[in-house]
Design a protein around this ligand. Structure first.
Ligand code: SF4
Length: 444
């Protein structure tokens, strides 16, 4: 008997309609983990509901990347106490990166005693066993984990995440991910290709290869550029994307493979983090501003329709005005379509935690605003140039009188009108006007 069958048998003795609730915080990797967990929970006889109060099982998938996010999650966890008081039979599980940190587990053990089970992201394979033992109250040793081929419960029926690598070996000095997600581990290419083939046959239109550092993918036989070349051979009509990639592992072979791809939509998210070589060194990023610009210039040369976006950290410990000006210079040269900017947030256990950080917070906010203003005018110019152009778009959601769509490059296009019958399909549109972060268009 499998873990899911054991849970199923047990839970049906308590209720004939077991219900589960899941809340996901953080990145796409967490979304992908949550899809696996949902697949297992469904197999165990539960159905998902939208309301925590109605549930017999509550699962939080947590994120540890930013301190503020972590505090917010604790706020949500705290509110579960009331639910447990009203319904002491509910099982509450905290899963994810937060649960990988010793001090967080200790805090939960001491102050959140109503939590039944805490499982770190690295232990996702043990999720069935741990959940089964918690729910049934017995110990089992069944040789079953969440298998690669297990049908995940995907949130969408036209957009899919496909995990290709987990963990990270980079140890950027500000980041907790290598501690909470562990060493890089690539899935085998044949499993990935099978999954993509299967998704394409089922009609999925947008496939994103997922990992903390996708471009260091290496399954012992093939690397990331080879994997792209293999995916290029898959027949079907779909956008291929990937996230997140590291500039130090981005190379000409990968860009050439993308340029050849009939599926690559043109979305190129390459987090640069800073334009100052001194700060990049302190961050342990292992590339320079010049090297970064070389890569994106080569990419633009080979793939002229690229939409390049990036992540930047403002106010890293020791960042001087001249370092920040290097960052401003970089964004002017790189001409990103958009950027995700964060003010540096100290994370326990990282190298940067111990670095002297003398820049006042007010100065960091002012740099953040200055960067945002310059980027806004760059984005506005880039988007204005789109007016009159035609794009293949995927219709991703439909509201009362408007469809929200996305180009292959990931840019949002809003189309006025009722198009719910076209949800999840490709269409062609002509751009009619531009805002700072999205476009307006008409279907052709
Ligand atoms: S590459 Fe750096 S920032 Fe990205 S997950 Fe790894 S350590 Fe964190």
């Amino acid at each position: 008997m499998t873990y899911s069958e054991k849970i199923n048998l047990f839970i049906k003795t308590k209720t004939d309609d077991p219900k589960a609730f899941i809340r996901v915080f953080g990145c796409q990797q967490n979304e992908a983990d949550a899809e696996k967990i949902c697949g297992f929970v469904l197999k165990s006889g539960f159905r998902f509901v939208e309301c925590e109060q109605e549930s017999d099982l509550i699962i939080f998938v947590t994120c540890a990347v930013r301190h503020t996010a972590q505090n917010k999650i604790f706020g949500h966890i705290g509110r579960l106490k009331k639910i447990k008081e009203i319904n002491p039979n509910v099982f509450i599980v905290i899963f994810g990166c937060m649960a990988e940190q010793k001090e967080i587990c200790e805090k939960i053990r001491l102050h959140y005693k109503f939590i039944d089970l805490v499982i770190g992201s690295k232990s996702i394979d043990a999720f069935p066993k741990l959940l089964c033992e918690e729910i049934t109250g017995e110990n089992y040793n069944i040789c079953e984990k969440i298998p690669e081929e297990m049908p995940v419960k995907r949130k969408s029926n036209f957009k899919a995440w496909v995990s290709i690598i987990s963990g990270c070996n980079n140890f950027c000095s500000y980041c907790v991910v290598p501690f909470v997600r562990g060493q890089e581990k690539s899935r085998s290419a044949s499993e990935i290709l099978n999954e993509i083939n299967h998704l394409v046959k089922k009609g999925y239109k947008d496939i994103t290869l997922l990992g903390q550092n996708v471009n260091s993918y290496e399954d012992g036989k093939i690397c990331f550029s080879d994997l792209i070349l293999e995916i290029n051979k898959i027949k079907g009509d779909f956008f291929l994307n990937f996230m997140t990639s590291h500039p130090k592992n981005m190379n000409k072979e990968i860009i050439d493979a993308l340029a050849e791809s009939p599926h690559f939509g043109g979305r190129f998210h390459l987090p640069v983090q800073s334009g100052s070589n001194r700060i990049l060194k302190l961050m342990n990023r292992n590339y320079t501003k010049q090297k970064y610009l070389e890569i994106i210039n080569y990419a633009r040369l080979k793939i002229p329709y690229l939409t390049i976006t990036s992540d930047l950290i403002v106010g890293f410990p020791g960042e001087l005005r001249e370092d920040f000006e290097e960052t401003l210079d970089l964004i002017k040269l790189a001409k990103f379509s958009s950027i995700f900017t964060f003010i540096y947030s100290k994370r326990k256990g990282t190298v940067a935690e111990k670095m002297p950080d003398l820049t006042p917070h007010s100065e960091k906010i002012s740099r953040f605003n200055e960067l945002a203003n310059i980027q806004n005018s760059i984005s506005e110019k880039i988007f204005t140039k789109e007016i009159g152009k035609k794009h293949k778009i995927l219709i991703e959601s439909c509201q009362d009188n408007m469809a929200l769509c996305r180009t292959g490059g990931g840019v949002i296009v809003k189309i006025k009108g009722k198009y719910s019958e076209l949800l999840g399909t490709f269409a062609e549109c002509k751009i009619t006007s531009a805002q700072r972060s999205f476009l307006w268009g008409n279907l052709i």
